[in-house]
Write a protein that binds this ligand. Structure first.
Ligand code: XAN
Length: 454
């Protein structure tokens, strides 16, 4: 049945016809075959309808049926992928340095590299690489951590805007670092620079790029800084991101350092950092009581399975998180996670769920459809961007991937001529790569996915 926007009839810029697959609140995978989707000049989905309704729709919306873009047999559209947690400034060493647990890894590899982002040439190089690479791999929305450096963080905002990616960008705040002494701020600097970052990024008025308040994690921030950052987020009504309960040593240290708080979650809660616009990465070791607080506050979790395994941090029990009705998305967590591709995050999320099943054969393994939902609609909900993106709902922005499973020279073979779309999607999620992502759209605009190296 035809669905159309309540907004005044907009001018239609593009109409696509073919198979669309997406998630909704009700179903993890809805397959729409021979569907028509119209995108208006603002990049929003203006209507959806059956192919058989072409004539009626073309009259209602004033487009020429001969200008409809018809997808080929082996093509389909899915919503753009949402990476809810990625450290842009760690991209230079992605794929290396995975031989230590979290806290030693931070001191040995991460802090020395992040401290180099005073150099704007280095920042320009790494940040343009990460934005291009993630876009090419289908990440239409990314929630980025940067370093403590305001100017380099503003540069990432500019690059995301220039390349056309939807992004939340967070200048990292940390006033504790006992191991790499030169890589930290004073409490006052951290507050002042956060305010400067927010103001200067908002002043740019980039349509798809917003700031996110970013205390690194409880072990990097004094209590005063946590409280001040909570107040800043509240004052500007901004999203918040941080890390929580990733590794047992970290959880133990937080208990020691914050003895008057009931739990790790309580540290963030009491400092106004747990809101309905908060996304916390990892959460592998959260108790059920803490998950209840997440549900009550509307805060969400980012599941980063590659990183959880690579740094031997833990296995997130996604089924339990969903049972507690906590909003959940997937994150690559570059560079604790070695891959910047959300397709990898999808596979590792499934693998993690299967490991839990190996440990307990009664465990209800996540289906590929459920993981697909986490990578798209779930991510948009986790970032409180589900009003704009996450699936093909009329009125949302058209953030989409045109997938071609038969791309010449691609990574997969189709042996059977007419597989069901659902089966083809499963194959793409498990075997596909950027060669299968023929086109990437963000807010209706086709972004460049050039294959030449940055
Ligand atoms: N906790 C962290 N976890 C992680 O995976 N990456 C980081 O950079 C980080 N900082 C605090």
């Amino acid at each position: 049945m035809m669905a159309q926007s309540d907004r005044p009839a907009a001018t239609i810029a593009n109409v696509y016809r073919g198979t669309f697959m997406h998630s909704t609140q009700k179903t993890a995978l809805e397959v729409l075959e021979d569907e028509l989707l119209g995108v208006d000049t603002d990049g929003k989905i203006a209507f959806m309808g059956r192919g058989a309704e072409l004539q009626t729709l073309s009259q209602t919306f004033g487009f020429n049926p001969s200008e409809v873009t018809q997808l080929a047999k082996d093509e389909f559209f899915i919503p753009g992928l949402v990476d809810t947690h990625i450290h842009a400034c760690q991209y230079s060493y992605a794929g290396t340095a995975l031989d230590m647990p979290l806290l030693q890894w931070l001191n040995t590899y991460t802090f020395p590299v992040e401290s180099q982002f005073t150099d704007l040439n280095f920042a320009q190089r790494v940040y343009s690489q990460v934005v291009k690479r993630t876009l090419r791999n289908g990440t239409t929305t990314a929630c980025y951590f940067t370093s403590i450096h305001t100017d380099a963080s503003l540069l990432l905002g500019k690059l995301a805007n220039d390349f056309g990616q939807r992004a939340l960008v967070g200048k990292v705040c940390m006033d504790i670092n006992d191991f790499v002494e030169h890589y930290k701020e004073t409490t006052q600097e951290s507050q002042d620079e956060t305010c400067r970052f927010i103001k200067e990024l908002l002043d740019k008025k980039y349509p798809l790029v917003r700031p996110v308040v970013t205390p690194r994690f409880a072990l990097s921030c004094k209590e005063t800084l946590l409280g001040e950052l909570g107040a800043i987020a509240k004052k500007h009504n901004l999203p918040i991101q941080s890390h929580i309960s990733e590794n047992l040593e970290e959880v133990k240290l937080v208990k020691q350092l914050f003895p008057k708080y009931a739990s790790y979650t309580d540290v963030y809660l009491k400092n106004n950092l747990l809101t309905d616009k908060t996304v916390m990465a990892h959460g592998c070791h959260l108790s059920d009581e803490e998950l209840v607080i997440f549900k009550e506050t509307g805060a969400s979790l980012s599941h980063c399975p590659n990183s959880n395994i690579s740094l031997c941090s833990g296995l997130l029990d996604v089924r339990n998180v969903l049972k507690h009705q906590v909003k959940l998305g997937l994150g690559t967590d570059v560079a604790g996670g070695y891959s910047a591709s959300m397709l990898d995050a999808v596979r590792r999320a499934r693998d993690t769920s299967k490991v839990l099943t190996i440990q307990n054969p009664n465990y209800n393994t996540l289906t590929f459809e459920e993981v697909f939902r986490l990578a798209t609609l779930g991510g948009s909900q986790a970032l409180s961007l589900d009003g704009q993106t996450g699936n093909f709902e009329v009125g949302k922005d058209f953030d989409a991937l045109r997938v071609n499973v038969a791309a010449p020279g691609g990574p997969m073979d189709l042996s059977v001529n007419s597989e069901e779309p659902k089966i083809i999607l499963e194959k793409f999620l498990n075997l596909g790569d950027d060669r299968n992502i023929a086109e990437v759209y963000v807010a209706g605009r086709k972004v460049s996915v050039g294959r030449t190296n940055p």
